[in-house]
Design a protein around this ligand. Structure first.
Ligand code: ARG
Length: 474
């Protein structure tokens, strides 16, 4: 039996929508996430209509009260969501009609679901961008705290996942703070472009009615009405930016996660995830698996996919609104939730991570990590770097084939490879000295790292203050 679709504005239709089409086109199961924004937008619109004399004050009052009741029903979980009513907007409209009758029919005056959904979405993106910034700042806070504990923890820095040069663990984790700081900046930049209200653009070409677009824009916390009505309903580039910023942040979390996975192997043994952030194997009793970072790494694929999804949805669309645009929502909601949750669990995993300082130190004690230092010592003696590189390469080769520790070579041993070595290797090479010698800006010397920690603490504080100030605005 075909269910009779409840058409709210079915004037020109003679038959009901096919059931399959109803199911196919319904979005309320996911776009109900917009309901609070939708209600706010409707309240602002009704107020403006009354001020402009387009609806009566009593109509506006009834609409306002009805929408407030609906908000309470949604909150209480008693709102009767109905997929047959297609989307969040029509569900609200139908409910309002049931509550207040005729006055409900005046709410859509001068408005289309096209400018309505575009406005809802920007409000959603505004909150989601701020939430992302907060989550990023909180993770930076945790990384900063752990970094501060590990200024004197030394591990090999890697290139190509081969031991390269020693670094402080604090320096290593502060690298992620830098990335996450830029990630937050991307959301801040985006917020600077979520400032134009689509509301009043109508279906695509505005309205013949004397709407006050400035009033609704202001009330909803926008700086101005969108300048072009077609652009207002058809564009989703800020949503793309949101997905892009989210995907980039997820990629950073994924790289951090990958390190946690590698570092917690028996082969590395640098860290151990706390029991609260790892799981066991259903088969192998000895296993402790890093599922949390693995899932963050895996979910990054989804976040990247969401970005590609929306770009692909948009690429062939003529102006202005097309129903394809309804496909923007699931990727956006999914990416927002994925980043939020990933930030939370990553912060927890890092906060509770056990660091094996000894294992790291032992790995960093590999004398080969000081080979670059040896070459740079020759450079200080006036040797061209390429020549120094060659000479030390031969020294290294010699040590490897004879199983010698680089640091044991006497001045005479070294002289076989280059006459300019100024002293015995034992006098020239030392892990601490090597770290301290890297004292350029951005380097791993103690003073540089502690200064970077201070700088990061100030930057986090500043970020949280700025966010709190913005959140106190409408
Ligand atoms: N659910 C729709 C969307 O998200 C709302 C706009 C519908 N507009 C329309 N002309 N069918 O895009």
């Amino acid at each position: 039996m075909t269910r009779q679709r409840k058409k709210l504005w079915g004037g020109r239709f003679q038959t009901a929508t096919h059931e399959a089409v109803e199911r196919f086109s319904a979005s309320v199961d996911f776009d109900r996430a917009l309901v609070h924004y939708d209600l706010r937008v409707s309240m602002a619109h009704a107020r403006m209509l009354a001020t402009q004399g387009l609806i009566g004050a009593d109509d506006q009052q009834q609409i306002q009260t009805g929408l407030e009741e609906i908000a309470a029903e949604v909150e209480a979980g008693t709102f009767p969501w109905d997929p047959a009513l297609e989307d969040v907007h029509t569900n609200v409209e139908s409910r309002l009609q049931a509550k207040i009758g005729e006055a409900a029919g005046r709410l859509q005056t001068g408005r289309s679901r096209n400018d309505q959904v575009a406005t809802d979405l920007l409000l959603y993106l505004r909150d989601a961008s701020r939430a992302s910034r907060r989550g990023l700042l909180e993770l930076r806070g945790v990384l900063h705290e752990r970094a501060a504990e590990h200024v004197d923890t030394v591990l090999p820095g890697y290139t190509h996942l081969q031991r390269a040069q020693p670094v402080r663990l604090a320096h290593h984790w502060l690298a992620y703070c830098e990335m996450l700081g830029r990630d937050g900046g991307r959301f801040t930049d985006l917020l600077g472009r979520l400032t134009q209200a689509p509301l009043g653009a109508g279906a695509l070409a505005g309205s013949t009615l004397p709407l006050d677009r400035h009033a609704t824009a202001r009330e909803l916390g926008f700086e101005a009405p969108a300048a072009n009505s077609l652009d207002a309903v058809a564009s989703r580039d800020t949503a793309v930016e949101f997905l892009s910023a989210t995907a980039i942040a997820m990629v950073h979390l994924s790289r951090l996660s990958e390190e946690l996975v590698i570092w917690s192997t028996a082969e590395f043994g640098f860290v151990e995830l706390s029991d609260a952030y790892s799981t066991g194997s259903s088969l192998m009793p000895q296993k402790k698996n890093p599922d949390v970072p693995e899932l963050v790494r895996g979910k990054t694929g989804r976040a990247i996919g969401n970005l590609v999804t929306l770009l692909t949805v948009l690429k062939g669309l003529p102006l202005a609104y097309n129903r394809d645009l309804q496909e923007d929502k699931q990727p956006i909601f999914d990416s927002a939730a994925t980043l939020r949750d990933s930030l939370e669990v990553t912060a927890g995993a890092i906060a509770t991570l056990r660091v094996d300082v000894e294992r790291m130190r032992t790995a960093a004690d590999d004398p080969m990590l000081l080979a670059t230092d040896l070459a740079e010592i020759l450079v200080r003696e006036g040797v061209p770097f390429r020549e120094a590189h060659q000479a030390v390469g031969r020294v290294v080769q010699n040590c490897l084939s004879k199983h010698l520790d680089l640091r044991q070579l006497s001045r005479e041993d070294l002289a076989v490879f280059h006459p300019s070595f100024p002293a015995a290797a034992s006098e020239l090479l030392d892990l601490e000295r090597s770290l301290e010698a890297r004292s350029l800006i951005g380097g791993t010397a103690r003073g540089r790292v502690t200064a970077a920690l201070d700088h990061e603490a100030a930057s986090i504080r500043q970020g949280l203050d700025a966010l709190a100030a913005e959140e106190s605005e409408p």
